[in-house]
Write a protein that binds this ligand. Structure first.
Ligand SMILES: *Cc1c(COP(=O)(O)O)cnc(C)c1O
Length: 369
């Protein structure tokens, strides 16, 4: 028996993948499912493929390799622009990559030629969120240069919003992106098959717009994994939002004051939290910490409120008054906690299918006791 684990309901992930694939297909949109939030976990990738999505994307080569080695049957897309020092691995592991630097595309082309392959390239254009992307004015020349290269094939154009600055994909923003694609095709007399309009932050827009424009592809992580979109963090109707459960074990339960005593510095994580005076409260400590989960992305499924968390202890106000030492406490996770739990070597990963544990990935050997 272990206390600290993440339970992964593969049926729910498969359901989410299938449901979104069908809904998006009705709007002419294909999906690449994004696995970076789960470190390219092969069992999860397979659940997504069972749901009918045959293209998987990840920002890390390590995760793509994990899926390749496990024999996951899908096209693999590298989402983060390649590191120049790793182009050989990119060509070997990814069928297609998102790119913004011409010198890197040239390197990819050279390595693909040497390996006797053709590497797919999607050029990312800056759409307002100011993370990766070619400036629109530089795009036509960039495209001409890429088309002239042997070893790479231009698959299309993409953009990415929401991630760095929370810029929302409105009809206005997405319309400008579609016009850019139209103009490019006209000016260069060519067709761009793939127009990749964004991520889970585009969900609301895709389902409500009457002007889908040229967009025919999205790269979707959070909506499949957690059943929610990422601009307002709203649940998507008909999807499971509880495919993942983090479970932590109670290590102390005591009645203590609700406010700290004594002169105060910043706490272990550099914060100075305000504490409301609720008198004496029942406090339960759970063996979970910032190394395993993210405080703002965690919600207990029991009648308790999170008071705070250090690197390895989480303090609950046990409002129900029922928690005992040794109890497992289940938590809902948002993206930040999902990502950390899947990355944490201390966290056992337990996979459920048809209600039964089908596999367990134990904590890393050195972290095992
Ligand atoms: C992470 C990422 C995505 C997926 O984002 P979600 O919000 O999880 O859907 C899509 N595209 C790029 C370039 C990304 O880095």
């Amino acid at each position: 028996m272990t206390g600290t684990r993440i339970e992964i309901n593969l049926d729910r992930i498969e359901h989410n993948a299938r449901t979104l694939r069908e809904r998006y297909a009705e709007r002419g949109i294909d999906i690449t499912a994004v696995t970076k939030g789960v470190c390219g976990d092969p069992a999860i990738a397979r659940a997504i493929v069972r749901g009918g999505i045959r293209s998987l994307g990840d920002s890390r080569l390590e995760n793509l390799r994990r899926m390749r080695l496990a024999g996951v049957d899908a096209e693999l897309m590298l989402l983060r622009p390649p590191r120049p020092s790793r182009v050989a691995q990119v060509v070997a592991l990814a069928d297609v990559s998102l790119n913004t630097e011409l010198e890197v595309v040239r390197l990819l082309a050279a390595h693909a030629r040497a390996a006797g392959r053709v590497h797919g390239v999607i050029l990312m254009v800056e759409g307002g969120d100011l993370r990766e992307g070619i400036m629109p004015r530089d795009l036509p020349e960039f495209v001409e240069q890429v088309v002239a290269l042997k070893g790479v094939r231009l698959r299309g154009i993409g953009t990415n919003l929401v991630c760095l600055n929370g810029v929302i994909p409105t009809d206005e923003v997405m319309g400008a992106f579609s016009r850019l694609v139209d103009n490019l095709e006209r000016d260069l007399d060519m067709a761009l098959p793939l127009v990749s309009g964004g991520n889970s932050g585009n969900h609301q827009w895709v389902m409500s717009t009457e002007r889908i424009g040229r967009v025919n592809h999205l790269r979707i992580g959070e909506a499949i994994l957690l059943g929610q979109e990422s601009t307002r963090r709203q649940r998507i109707e008909g999807l499971a939002s509880d495919a993942f459960t983090v479970i932590g074990e109670v290590i102390e339960v005591k009645d203590k004051p609700s406010r700290p005593r004594g002169e105060r510095a910043l706490n272990a994580l550099g914060r100075r939290p305000e504490r409301e005076d609720l008198g004496t409260i029942r406090r339960a400590i759970v063996a979970l910490g910032e190394q395993d989960v993210a405080l703002n992305a965690l919600r207990p499924r029991v009648n308790a409120r999170i008071v705070g968390m250090c690197s390895d202890q989480l303090v609950l106000h046990d409002r129900g008054g029922t928690l005992k030492v040794g109890d497992p406490v289940p938590f809902d996770v948002a993206y930040g906690s999902l990502m950390r739990a899947m990355t944490s070597p201390y966290m056992e990963k337990r996979y459920l299918r048809h209600g039964e544990a089908v596999a367990i990935a134990p904590v890393m050997a050195a972290a095992r006791v």
